[in-house]
Design a protein around this ligand. Sequence first.
Ligand code: CTP
Length: 395
Amino acid sequence: MSLRGRRVVLGVCGSIAAYKVVQVARDLTLAGAEVNVVMTESATRFVTPLTFHAITGREVVTDAWQGWMGHPEGHVALADRAELILVAPASAQTLARLALGLCDDMLGLTVLASDAPLVIAPAMHHRMWNHPATRAHVAALRERGATVIQPDTGLLASGAVGEGRLPEPPEILGAVRWRLGRRGRLAGKRVVVTAGGTREPLDPVRYLGNRSSGRMGYALAQAATDEGGDVTIVSANVSLPEPWGAEVRRVGTAEEMLRATREACERADVLIMAAAVADYRPESPSDAKIKKSGEGLSIRLVETEDVVASIDRPGLIKVGFAAETHDLETNARAKMAKKRLSLIVANDAAATIGAEDACVALLYPDGRREEHGPLPKAEIAERIVEAVCRLAGQS
Ligand code: CTP
């Protein structure tokens, strides 16, 4: 993940979950962000400012008067610099203060004086989280545009079990990444990405499937989210972390993928068809487990419908993939024409499936060709989404 040069203010409040946020500060810093930590007085009882200073390499602000020396607008200096403010862990007290606009400490001042997007990760005892007062404060903050991450349910520091745990650092980072992308080149565009591989049942316990892991599809969904797209993933048999903010529709078979993708595309601007869809399915799957007969087994397969070819809407940008073992460009161009694609991503099937890196050629209907790789799949996904942004910019 790259957050190179992005300027994040991290507001830390008084909650035992503050220890987890040290990891968030480290992850943001390693991703290249400039992280300016502001701690409330009670936060300093749980973790020292020195810890965050050592992690971020920057001055940690604990006192609203600290910035005044040599700076006439010390109290709003951090607010001016912030591209995003993350409050984590957000205590019940701080949620109330932010909702009311109180600014008697540096965190309150910074939030009130900034128009940067606000991401809030609450953590508290479950009865405090569920109290009508806290509910009302959260509703007010959401109403004003803040992203409030839902706390996890589980064992709380007090020993009680309930809703109120700080989500794990990857989820908090996902929300920050999503929010920072909102003004990207796909802002306001609905993007449908299909991912994974379909499985066609032979009987209740067996299926015909393929080796697709869904990694490329999920990387594309993340890259489209980073550009501000409203992403729906139609996901077939994938077990990977989902990009924060994406809607995920889970499917199993080619038939389910067809229905879910058609429905998701009704209002979409872009369809990126990265899933490996079965071309054939068993004509009549057995209701009972197939037993050995000692005579071999023949199964009649019938063709499935082509998902991307069957979806056509004026203005819909359709991106397809061609994983070939021979005559790569000729086969890919034929598929692009047959399926009426705006762009096809051609690659060598044997070299790509299951691999970390990929090498692709982007082919366009007007004959243009761009080559990318070998690069990690996440970077290839970024190049493909770049191309989609250019196409979306022209439409
Ligand atoms: N595709 C699809 N529906 C199918 C099969 C494929 O939407 N039933 C999409 C894939 O997701 C991919 C593109 O079509 O974006 C090309 O898939 P590929 O399997 O390479 O092509 P096929 O048309 O299935 O041709 P063949 O398997 O004969 O090479």
